[in-house]
Ligand binder design. Structure first.
Ligand code: NI
Length: 171
């Protein structure tokens, strides 16, 4: 296991479309453990493989308070969605930015777990937001892509300022 480097917006690799996992090899299992470790360390409640520059359909999520309820989604597929909700979202690839995003408030998905077993899951609230956000990552979509161009350009400015401040400390 290892803590992996998380790609940060506007890294173009975040816009890659992930491909399906064909076989859950020991490498994939190690990757899943490392993704979970990276998510807990960040800390965040979800991480898609795209964010660690692995372009395969793998997601880890843990919205539990005690961080002991890991959900692994391999090749997730949206089966149904209903309703609407608006939440303030953030993303480990877009640090310090929180914006309102409209999502379905109930979803039904199917996916494989880390043992390759297929299951279906119905989710609402925070879990539904999280799954939709991470599934977007696998298609190269970031939550800020739902915002206006003006808002996005303000975010780019904010992030480049953050980067400069960080470099100043490093130097
Ligand atoms: Ni994200």
């Amino acid at each position: 296991m290892a803590i992996l480097n998380i790609l940060k917006y506007p890294d173009p690799r975040l816009y890659t479309n992930a491909s399906e996992v064909k076989n859950i090899t020991s490498e994939i299992k190690t990757l899943i453990s490392s993704m979970a470790e990276t998510m807990y360390d960040a800390p965040g409640v979800g991480l898609a493989a795209t964010q660690v520059n692995i372009h395969q359909k793998i997601i880890v999520i843990d919205i539990s308070e005690d961080k002991n309820n890991l959900l692994v989604l391999i090749n997730p597929l949206l089966l149904e969605s209903k309703g609407e909700m608006i939440n303030q979202e953030g993303c480990l690839s877009v640090p310090e930015v929180f914006e309102k995003v409209k999502r379905a408030d109930w979803i039904k998905i199917s996916a494989l777990n880390e043992n390759g077993e297929k299951f279906e899951l119905e989710a609402k609230g925070l879990l539904a937001v999280c799954i939709q956000h991470e599934m977007d990552h696998l298609e190269g979509i970031l939550f800020i892509d739902y915002l206006s161009k003006l808002k996005r350009s303000m975010i780019v400015k904010k992030l480049s300022k953050q980067k400069k401040e960080l470099e100043r400390i490093v130097v």
